[in-house]
Design a protein around this ligand. Structure first.
Ligand SMILES: Cc1ncc(COP(=O)(O)O)c(C=O)c1O
Length: 452
């Protein structure tokens, strides 16, 4: 058995998803609304979800660890979210005011309390919009034109940061001074020239580049945990904070993945480091589209219409659905539920229980895999090497991990091939048991592949 056999078997077992994909690819480019959603031979089509479970067109059930890329921290259709939505219909009577309403202030107050680095906030509709707006605020404030980002870090699909997210390692320059490589066709050269790429967790190299480029650099943006699971060293993080202050560079944490998932206060609470600006998204909307920029008053105030009478002195920010009551109600219900005593801790404990179970089974079946992560996110890596940044991931055996993913799907566990695992409040003992049984069967089959 090899990977292509597994993929063929996967396809043969899902005739309804196959037929759907045949139709979809004629009218939706590539059959998917997002390139990351595709995998071979076709992605599974789901038509129903409940709690921790996904159901596909062919009638198979899966314990869901994709959870809409981590957004559903309570799982699918959680009662507190359902109730919050009903309340919006009953009390507000609309899905969007396009104007100020009281829930905006309620959410702002919750966030300022949970994230001490926030003096002020602004809502957007996605993580992409949040990182873009945070960068614009930094450029306006500093009057500088360049941005530094880390190799392998994703900040949404906009031109300035769709750079060196997933570059080919052997043609991307030295590890200590990576080239800026476009991740898409259609990125104007301007953005490659104005985006400096840094090696994550390599302090000496970062210090050198940032110091050399300080006069051009408006901001450094990073995922404090690369891809949500590769942690920055504590010392690296505090050194970065200190150097940015010294050099007059704005530090932006992109906590779209890590917000509410590492701790409720995000990776910044875990590290005890305050960035100047933060981008949030995903969990914040309780399953509905949202994004947010939060941070220091002297930065956010630049977008205030009270800042100046002259509109050319103000950073522009707008969005039809910004702060809509549906996303805010679902998000508020999620956050308030998780703030109840013991709720978040219990979720982290269940995540550890699952990870311990997976690791014990990997050992039992001699599969060279381990789990990596903090809080409610983890990934499964097929390497014994220490993974501290994007280039280290070259040591991971993607072929083995991919084979595991196809076996897991056949045994009723879904994270999407090569994706990280996110937990939800709906993942209880029954789901953990079902998941570990699926891992046991999958590792038993994988054990034969490892020796090939
Ligand atoms: C760290 C990070 N930043 C930004 C984004 C973009 O968010 P959105 O997909 O809501 O535009 C993502 C999405 O996965 C993300 O993981």
């Amino acid at each position: 058995m090899n990977l292509s056999t597994l993929q063929q078997q996967f396809g043969a077992k899902r005739p309804q998803s196959a037929a759907f994909f045949q139709q979809a690819k004629d009218v939706i480019a590539g059959g998917v609304n997002g390139n990351l959603r595709f995998y071979h031979p076709f992605p599974i089509t789901f038509d129903k979800a409940k709690d921790a479970w996904l159901y596909d067109l062919d009638g198979q059930a899966y314990v869901d660890y994709l959870l809409s890329y981590g957004a559903l921290l309570l799982g699918h259709g959680h009662p507190v979210v359902q109730k919050a939505l009903q309340n919006v219909w009953e009390n507000q009577g609309t899905t969007s005011f396009g104007a100020t309403h009281p829930m905006e202030l309620e959410m702002a107050k919750e966030l300022v309390e949970l994230y001490p680095s926030f003096d002020e906030i602004r809502f957007t509709n996605s993580g992409l919009e949040a990182t873009l707006f945070a960068m614009r605020l930094a450029m306006a404030y500093t009057g500088k034109t360049h941005l530094a980002k880390f190799e392998g870090h994703y900040h949404g699909a906009h031109d300035h940061v769709l750079v060196s997210v997933n570059p080919k390692i052997d043609t991307s320059g030295e590890h200590t001074a990576p080239d800026s490589v476009a991740d898409s066709l259609g990125i104007p050269d301007y953005y490659l020239q104005h985006t400096i790429v840094l090696p994550f967790n390599d302090w000496d190299a970062c210090e050198k580049i940032l110091t050399e480029k300080k006069d051009q650099l408006a901001a450094v943006i990073l995922e404090p945990m690369q891809s949500g699971y590769i942690a920055a060293d504590i010392e690296f993080m505090s050194s970065l904070r200190e150097l940015c202050t010294t050099l007059g560079i704005i530090l932006i944490f992109d906590e779209v993945k890590t917000g509410f998932r590492i701790t409720l206060g995000g990776a910044q609470e875990y590290y005890g480091v305050q960035p100047d600006l933060t981008a949030l998204g995903k969990v914040l909307g309780g399953g509905f589209p949202i994004g947010l920029v939060g941070g220091k008053k002297h930065l956010l105030e630049n977008c205030s219409p009270l800042h100046s009478q002259k509109k050319e002195d103000v950073v522009f920010h707008s969005g039809t659905f910004n702060g809509n009551p549906i996303s805010l109600a679902a998000g508020l219900a999620t956050i308030r539920y998780l703030k109840e005593p013991g709720k978040f801790d219990s979720l982290v404990q269940r995540t550890h229980k699952l990870r311990d179970g997976i690791e014990a089974l990997a050992q039992q079946y001699s599969v060279p895999m381990t789990t990596v992560g903090v809080g409610t996110i983890f990934n499964i890596l097929a390497t014994e090497a220490e993974i501290r940044n994007y280039r280290d991931l070259g040591k991971n055996r993607n072929d083995l991990r991919l084979a595991l993913d196809y076996l897991l799907m056949d045994n009723g566990v879904y994270s999407k091939p090569l994706n990280r695992f996110s937990m939800s409040d709906s993942h209880g003992p029954a789901e953990i048991k079902a998941t570990l049984e699926a891992f046991e069967k999958s590792f038993a089959a994988l054990g034969q592949l490892v020796t090939v």
